[in-house]
Design a protein around this ligand. Sequence first.
Ligand code: ZN
Length: 292
Amino acid sequence: MTGTLVGAVEAGGTKFRCAVVSSDLTIVDSCSLPTTDPDITLATVVEFFGRSEPVAALGIASFGPVDLDPDSPGYGSIRDTPKPGWSGAPILSRLSEALSVPAGIQTDVEAAAVAEQALGPEPRPRRLAYVTVGTGIGAAVVVDGTPWRGRHHSELGHIPVRRVAGDDYPGRCPFHGDCLEGMACGPAIAERWGIDPADAGGRDDIWQLEASYLAQLVRVLTYSFAPDRVVFGGGVGARPGLAEMIRAATRTELGGYADYGTGDDAFVTAPALGNDSGLLGAALLARSRLED
Ligand code: ZN
């Protein structure tokens, strides 16, 4: 099997990453392209795989909301989204037909959760939650390699949060205003504080407030799914030092009730796979298609 290559696509709202991945999960070829309109973006993905060595299967880790119901006529397509042009975009069918290979699709956070669980440090947790904090906030829970999914993938970025005393920022979610995403996504930090989060290095006040909102999500995850580990990724979420602040805030948030495992230093961590969790999760999904 060493010669079998698979394709991985991480479809993001601002850029797409594509990779050819070997059976030992080495990225042997890759490209990154801006997300423009669906026809151009997906055609560029097809071009990349046309130029590279042939892949035997394809895995897609997609931004959401995406239809993941195999019985739905819109399976593998982006659902209604404010993102211009992308509502109904048939990512899965367009790519699998163009490349003529078996293909699978998950959300970007599901794929990242699968990869962090399967490829992260030992001891490997059986139940892992992955949270991305960047332009938006998304989360997924994986149990023994399988994303937990209801009728639809979860939308844990939109849980309600308790406003921190003294914080009068109104929130920016177009649907809920001051939900978690509305209060704690990267653009909310930028708007509230008037500073790009990437430039907010020494500002403990900013990161303490951020951690106190994100700890409310860890509380929901802990009381809903009781994961062994919660991984924070994304441009804001993977910021060095933030995981430790979230872990401390989570202990306060849980108030000593049913906080099994949260004292573990590894309970809240940055991604072990850096920026590659989603892409490697897509590669694992592609491999699983070969085994079907
Ligand atoms: Zn919301």
